[in-house]
Design a protein around this ligand. Structure first.
Ligand code: NDP
Ligand code: OXD
Length: 310
């Protein structure tokens, strides 16, 4: 029985090395697999792999995402019914995302775009000093990533409110949930951070209505998925000043097309889906453990609920 790996050409050798180092007996194949489909018992995959391909393997017992997100593998027709899907929860993935969030919260909080513009014009002028205790942060998604970022921002002294699907309690964070909670978080978010999974319930959630709920001149950070932002609503919100600046790590589509106005927009900071990149050696132990569990019929770690979409 074998494991099928499916990711970018540049990353596949690193995945093979990380998994083989922990279990040299593991038989690994690369996608696309031309052998007998009955051989494949687990698929470890990233984007670019058509989920319909998962139906080809009659002995499949486990599907693993190579990232925290699973929208790519839950896309229609979805995984074969009954086959467990696992995602990654990893300390290094979490740490890297919190670094990206802190970098961009501080960038806007400390008026870095304005100071860079002043520098370009050789202008030596002090702007009004920012007040951390009054810069309210809203975090959409209080899961592995959102909860960590929220805690680190609160530790810096920012007032932090967060939003989840189900009720939640996190020390030092004003936790909200459900539709009323969404509005409550947005109404007071001077800086809004999106760390939601992309599901049918969250696609397009950052639209003109949501932007209008924000305090005028709010900043937006999106490191979740490009599909959370309603295409066409962001630019007008930036142009009107309702949103004063945006840091985007994700777009739809990716890569961002060369003619997108976001590339050169003075209020937009872009990174190429690089906020938090999976390190195969760091996550290999949980992947190997899940393969062992799938073989033994034991509960899978970080199992995804396909009905909830994450
Ligand atoms: P988790 O599953 O741990 O957390 C998801 C959070 O979102 C939970 O708090 C969940 O609520 C909440 N949520 C889900 N649906 C809704 C909804 N309909 N309404 C309100 N809240 C909702 O995910 P992670 O924190 O690990 O990752 C989040 C996302 O970040 C990933 O799905 C991925 O898309 C993105 N990501 C991006 C990376 C990058 O480099 N740009 C890297 C890694 C991840 P509840 O707590 O109630 O379940
Ligand atoms: C992930 C990602 O979901 O890198 O892990 O986007």
């Amino acid at each position: 029985m074998a494991v099928l790996l499916s990711t970018k050409a540049a990353a596949i050798a690193e995945w093979e090395a990380a998994l083989s180092a922990l279990d040299p007996t593991l038989v690994l194949h690369r996608h696309p697999f031309a052998g007998d489909p009955a051989e494949i018992e687990a698929v470890v995959m990233w984007t670019g792999h058509d989920p319909a391909d998962l139906r080809r393997y009659p002995n499949l017992r486990l599907i693993v995402s190579m990232g925290a997100g699973v929208d790519h593998l839950l896309a229609p027709p979805g995984p074969p019914p009954g086959v467990p899907v696992a995602r990654l929860v990893d300390a290094r993935l979490t740490q890297a995302m919190s670094e990206w969030v802190l970098l961009n919260v501080l960038r806007f909080h400390r008026q870095d775009p304005d100071y860079r513009a002043q520098q370009a014009g050789r202008i030596w002028r002090e702007l009004p000093a920012p007040d951390t205790a009054r810069r309210r942060i809203g975090i959409l998604g209080l899961g592995a990533l959102g909860a960590d970022a929220a805690g680190k921002l609160a530790a810096l002294g920012f007032p932090v409110a967060g939003w989840s699907r189900r009720p939640k309690s996190l020390p030092g964070i004003a936790c909200h949930h459900g539709p009323d909670g969404f509005e409550a978080v947005l109404r007071q978010a001077d800086i809004l951070v999106c760390l939601l999974p992309l599901t049918p319930a969250t696609r397009g959630i950052l639209d003109a209505r949501a932007f209008a709920l924000l305090p005028r001149g709010a900043f937006l950070l999106n490191a979740a998925r490009g599909g959370h932002v309603a295409q066409g609503d962001l630019l007008p919100a930036l142009e009107s000043g309702q949103i004063a600046g945006a840091a985007l790590d994700v777009t739809e589509p990716e890569p961002l097309p060369p003619d997108s106005p976001l590339w050169t927009h003075p209020k937009v900071v872009l990174t190429p889906h690089a906020a938090s990149v999976t390190i195969p050696a760091s996550v290999a132990p949980q992947v190997i453990e899940n393969i062992r569990r799938a073989r033994a019929g034991e509960p899978i770690l970080n199992r995804v609920d396909p009905a909830a979409g994450y």
